[in-house]
Design a protein around this ligand. Sequence first.
Ligand code: ADP
Ligand code: MG
Length: 238
Amino acid sequence: MTTTSTDHRADQDAAGSGGLRLLDVTLTLGDGDTAVTALDHVDLSVAPGEFVAVVGPSGSGKSSLLAVAGGLQRPTAGTVHVAGAELTALRDKERTATRRRHVGFVFQQSNLLASLTVREQLLLPLHIDGRLDNAARARAGELIEAVGLAHRAGSRPHQLSGGERQRAGLARALMTSPAVLLVDEPTSALDRVRSAEAVRLIAEQTREHRTATVMVTHDTAIMDAADRVHEMVDGRLS
Ligand SMILES: Nc1ncnc2c1ncn2[C@@H]1O[C@H](COP(=O)(O)OP(=O)(O)O)[C@@H](O)[C@H]1O
Ligand SMILES: [Mg+2]
């Protein structure tokens, strides 16, 4: 593939405005006979304020897509741009810093820290970055309320239900108003009403904060809320 300098500038603009762009991304896991092509020449652009859903069977590469898009995993080939930075060109330390500043992850398992309360989970990333101020505290309160955990703000993960943990994980990911929000089957532990609320919150944050959002899901209600739906099959994206 040839890329003219004009195309290159257009790519930079798309990424530079805060969106997400994967260009010809391949990810091979393992080696030799056991090598798996988790991502096979994937192209994906998500503009700021856009909400994209990804569906596909188990093992098709959906979680790998999110891991590479957010810089948790380096692709074998191809480039990833996040919020104007080419993640794939950064050293590990810079990539981690870019991820912490610009990417919000919501995993299926909420990955909360056992020793921290819900409120502390939200404040920790800003504390690490030296950005913990009154505005951040206020936003934490608003998000905790928005996910219906106001009465749980002082609780630790072991005191929460699976659904409450998932909602705490969502609030934490939204805390930094990330340029890119990557959500992996977020509503598996939520009932229909809570699930609809979580999706509404994500859609709202996507519009308000101009977030480029990618959500992996099996939930048809979520697909309806998305601007676009892509299908992943054997590491290839429709
Ligand atoms: N650490 C790993 N080592 C080897 N293969 C892996 C690893 N993680 C995932 N895979 C394989 O990569 C493919 C895609 O996995 P994944 O991205 O988790 O799919 P999905 O999220 O759609 O279920 C699967 O075949 C899976 O078995
Ligand atoms: Mg998965």
